[in-house]
Design a protein around this ligand. Structure first.
Ligand SMILES: NC(=O)c1ccc[n+]([C@@H]2O[C@H](COP(=O)([O-])OP(=O)(O)OC[C@H]3O[C@@H](n4cnc5c(N)ncnc54)[C@H](O)[C@@H]3O)[C@@H](O)[C@H]2O)c1
Length: 266
């Protein structure tokens, strides 16, 4: 089925990938473009956004790139203005920026806490704050926020700020959804489980292990009910559904994409 986002403008924030391969935002941007959306691909790493753009354009899609650090208010305000100037409005906002930091409640420093809350929660707050007005002016649209099952459950590793931020992101999404439901705006959250994105070997293996990427992949696979992590395309297809008009009566809720992980009691 092609054209599920035909005629839409999608602002994808965190549209690159931390390493070679498919990160969640990169796969979402490419899938949204395959389904007919014009993509405004934003990343703090412009090269990463450019790579996404080159994939989209090679497939015949439309994409522009923009560099922004979305924990900074001025960057986000300018980003939204640039998207509206380029494409005339915003129909879909996809907030994908985030990542965990190791540490429990006693040993995490205040600086790490602030940084991780900003990365995972303030980023989405700012993107919604500035993108909602033009979305409402255009008759509404769909916001898809990428949380995590860590926003719903303790995952066995100390990453206290990430748990708090991703849980906060779920409630942020619900509150915005209810405030604007009558004006045609829908806000939903995707909660991925353990996904095999480049972040696992590029960052997680060093933060939570001894740097052995293969071992980290094997450990994470073993935690999953099917014996295998999901990947960025699982997040992208869930996001596509929520972004599309097929989900027109789906609002203020969470779509858990975890292969059954959170259904497990041990
Ligand atoms: N991979 C998983 O297992 C998993 C599981 C649950 C949730 N998630 C969530 O999915 C999202 C993406 O994860 P990923 O694995 O694709 O990671 P990733 O690091 O590959 O992708 C994140 C992208 O955001 C960009 N970015 C980082 N900080 C930014 C900033 N301040 N401003 C603008 N762009 C910035 C990065 O450059 C990168 O391209 C995150 O929110 C993460 O918490 C991932």
């Amino acid at each position: 089925m092609v054209g599920r986002l035909a005629g839409k403008v999608a602002l994808v924030v965190g549209a690159g990938s931390i390493g070679p391969g498919w990160g969640n935002g990169k796969a979402c941007a490419v899938l949204f473009a395959r389904e007919g959306a014009k993509i405004f691909a934003v990343d703090i790493n412009l090269d990463a956004a450019e790579e996404t753009k080159s994939i989209i354009e090679a497939e015949g899609g439309v994409c522009s790139t923009y560099q922004a650090d979305v924990v900074k208010s001025l960057d986000v305000a300018d980003m939204v203005s640039a998207c509206v100037a380029e494409y005339g409005g915003i129909d879909v906002l996809h907030n994908n920026v985030g990542g965990s930091a190791p540490g429990g409640v006693v040993d995490m420093s205040e600086e790490v806490w602030d940084g991780n809350i900003n990365l995972n929660l303030k980023s989405a707050f700012l993107c919604c704050k500035y993108a909602v007005p033009p979305m409402l002016s255009g008759g509404g649209g769909a916001i898809v926020n990428i949380s995590s099952v860590a926003g719903m459950r303790y995952m066995g590793r100390d990453m206290i700020a990430y748990h708090a931020a991703k849980g906060g992101l779920i409630e942020l999404s619900r509150a915005i959804a209810l405030k604007y439901a009558a004006q045609g705006l829908r806000v939903n959250t995707v909660c991925p489980g353990l996904m095999n994105t480049p972040m696992v070997t590029s960052r997680i293996a060093f933060q939570y292990g001894d740097g052995d990427g293969e071992k980290m992949v094997a450990d994470r696979n073993a935690m999953c009910p099917s014996g295998k992590m999901g990947d960025a395309w699982d997040v992208a297809y869930a996001s596509l559904y929520l972004a599309s008009d097929e989900a027109r009566y789906v609002n203020g809720t969470e779509l858990v994409v975890d292969g059954g992980l959170t259904a497990k009691c041990i």
